[in-house]
Design a binder for this molecule. Structure first.
Ligand code: SRM
Ligand code: SF4
Length: 591
């Protein structure tokens, strides 16, 4: 913060000129022209999607389809071999759904499971933003998937692309009975309002994937078909835009990493007001100093009545000031760095027609974190929820531990009609369980090998997050999801399993596992080589720092083990691992 106060910020007019905001189309990033001229993301998508002669679509259609939650990918495991054999890449699509706050009804979960069974690689992948995505979907199956989602009021629309992504919110905000958290029930409603407000309006998605059927009156988007993008404008956002809602006591959404963070301040079971944070973002590129992870700044405080207008103000500032020429610099964090939090507060005030007060100071000690695993009483009398550990979010029956995850979860949801919620740590929660069913569900879970947070599950593994990475991610520099369980195995063998340390791995510095916010962050530099970052905190309030570069995968357990050993020997009473590393500093720890 001190650094930010003394920093000289730029004139907004200069920034607009530098970022090419008012520049002619040819000076802007190619995607800007594509978005604007695509007739609401239509382009040639429908024609190419239905073309049976090729398994993929053109670059332009691919860029438009991201707004429908679809990514064109290929199997990177077979890429070289296929090339040598003179074959094209093994193309398929990833489809990501939108589940605001991670919530799904039993019927919705069951259709998600059906999709995994019928059209994808057989797994449901819980993402770090509390939703589900599918890999390995063939181009000609995309319509079937979208229709199946639509039949249960689910959508993939806006899950990716230059729009507001899945809005994060504590998955148990509306059901958890903890007295100190009373009042946060309202977040679930707020999250849904923000989600509806920020869905793109163009009906292209429905025209293309559901043959324009206006049949499903219940589909959330069908009611919004006026096509006028009053919030986004004709070029949409300069880049993806991420929003999270939380209370300080339970920062399970990693609030400082979002473009827009909404922090509710509770008093006597009511929301007294909200702190607005802006300018978080974690992606960077190795060797490109113009890109970096950044945590958000506290901007202002707004009343509950004003919060939606505040959301609009933050989104439209980024829409109007975000970089339109260089997509690597197009996130809100760079606008904050160019123009500063004071300017941002004043600009929000101008858009909301009032002078906004500063954010209420929240001491570091007020921040907490809960992963919501295990059994808990709900605020609704007689009901319980249970948080279940899913290693790296991959729900499948064919896993290294031989746990019939998908079958077991489906069986429980089918029989007991439980609500389902995804957490930002890639775990799953089953909710609305009647007291009389607790014992039976416990027995089923224990019998299957799924853990609710105790038993064989080590604390270290419980606190692990990994991005998808290989073989599907086109940007991966090295493995993540497929190697992380093995790294934890070794650390457990070395006797470190019981330590409560937040450890996250990403296959590249885009940092989809939010590795820069963890106590130990591992980021791939190249196949089999990782940078180690340390010094973040368990509660997610600060970034970690580079400790060692290009460490071989096999050496990671030893390097991490040495740090844990040192922490055990030299920590102050009660000092957490990340705080210890932060206090000593990387130079001292390298000695
Ligand atoms: Fe991410 C790109 C996966 C959360 C920062 N991310 C990708 C793509 C789509 C790769 C691509 O562009 O070709 C990955 C698809 C892999 C695959 O095969 O499925 C991908 N990101 C994921 C998920 C699935 C990781 C996971 O294991 O759960 C997460 C999906 C979240 C969701 O449901 O929406 C995911 N990505 C994140 C997060 C964490 C978060 O949002 O809380 C971040 C860091 C926060 C941020 O945005 O700053 C993140 N992903 C990125 C970036 C860097 C963006 C930047 O502006 O710096 C990229 C690259 C890009 O957009 O060009 C990226
Ligand atoms: Fe892919 Fe990199 Fe994101 Fe991992 S961090 S999913 S490798 S983009």
């Amino acid at each position: 913060m001190a650094e930010q106060c003394t920093k000289q910020y730029k004139d907004p007019a200069v920034v607009r000129a530098e970022q090419g905001i008012d520049a002619p189309a040819e000076k802007k990033a190619g995607v800007e022209k594509l978005k604007r001229e695509s007739n609401g993301f239509r382009g040639n998508v429908k024609k190419e999607m239905l073309d049976e002669s090729v398994p993929m679509v053109s670059e332009d259609s691919y860029n438009l389809m991201k707004h429908f939650g679809m990514y064109q990918q290929d199997d990177r495991d077979t890429r070289n071999e296929r090339k040598r054999a003179g074959l094209d890449k093994d193309w398929s699509f990833m489809i990501r759904t939108k589940l605001p706050g991670g919530c799904a009804t039993p019927e919705q979960y069951l259709i998600l499971d059906d999709i995994a069974n019928n059209w994808s690689n057989g797994s449901l992948r819980i993402t770090t933003r509390q939703t589900i995505q599918f890999h390995g979907v063939g181009k000609l199956k995309l319509q079937s998937v979208v229709r199946a989602l639509n039949s249960r009021l689910l959508t993939s629309y806006g899950a990716c692309g230059d729009v507001v992504r899945n809005v994060m919110n504590c998955p148990v905000a509306d059901i958890d009975a903890t007295p100190a958290y009373r009042g946060r029930q309202i977040f679930t409603e707020l999250t849904n309002v923000i989600n509806a407000r920020t869905l793109p309006r163009t009906s292209a998605f429905y025209d293309i994937f559901i043959n324009g059927e206006k049949d499903n009156e219940l589909a959330p988007i069908a009611r919004l078909r006026d096509e006028k993008e009053d919030l986004y404008g004709d070029s949409y956002m300069p880049r993806k835009f991420k929003i999270g809602v939380t209370i300080p006591q339970d920062n399970c959404v990693d609030i400082f990493s979002h473009d827009l963070g909404i922090v509710a301040l509770l008093e006597n079971g009511f929301v007294k007001g909200y702190n607005i944070l802006a300018g978080g973002g974690l992606g960077s590129s190795h060797g490109n100093k113009e890109t970096y992870p950044r945590i958000s700044d506290p901007i202002c405080h707004v009343t509950p009545d004003e919060v939606i207008r505040a959301v609009d103000a933050v989104i439209t500032i980024q829409r109007d000031y975000g970089n339109r020429t260089n997509r690597k610099r197009a996130r809100l964090k760079y606008v904050l760095d160019e123009l500063g939090p004071e300017w941002f507060r004043a600009e929000m005030g101008r858009r909301m027609s009032r002078e906004l007060p500063e954010a209420v100071a929240i001491p570091d000690s007020a921040w907490g974190f809960d992963d919501h695993l295990g059994w808990h009483e709900q605020i609704q009398p007689g009901l319980f929820y249970v948080g279940i550990f899913i290693e790296n979010g991959r729900i499948c029956d064919k896993n290294r531990d031989g746990i019939p995850m998908r079958t077991t979860l489906r069986g429980i949801v089918e029989k007991f009609r439980t609500q389902v919620r995804m957490t930002g740590q890639q775990n799953i929660i089953l909710a609305n369980i009647a007291e009389k069913h607790v014992a039976e569900i416990t027995k089923i879970l224990n019998g299957s090998g799924l853990s609710t947070g105790s038993g064989k599950l080590s604390t270290l593994r419980r606190n692990e997050i990994s991005c998808v990475s290989l073989p599907t991610c086109g940007l991966a520099l090295g493995e993540a999801e497929r190697v992380m369980p093995g790294v934890i195995d070794k650390l457990e063998e070395m006797g470190f399993g019981n330590e409560r340390i937040m450890i996250r791995i990403s296959g590249c510095p885009n940092s989809c596992s939010r590795a820069p916010m963890s106590e130990i962050g591992l980021i791939a530099r190249a196949p089999g080589k990782y940078n180690i970052y340390i010094g973040g905190d368990y509660e997610g309030t600060r970034l970690n720092k580079l400790f060692k570069e290009t460490v071989l995968l096999d050496e990671l357990p030893n390097e991490i083990g040495k740090l844990i050993t040192r922490w055990r020997a030299e920590r102050l009473q009660g000092e957490e691992f990340g705080d210890f590393c932060h206090r000593l500093g990387n130079e001292a720890l390298l000695k």
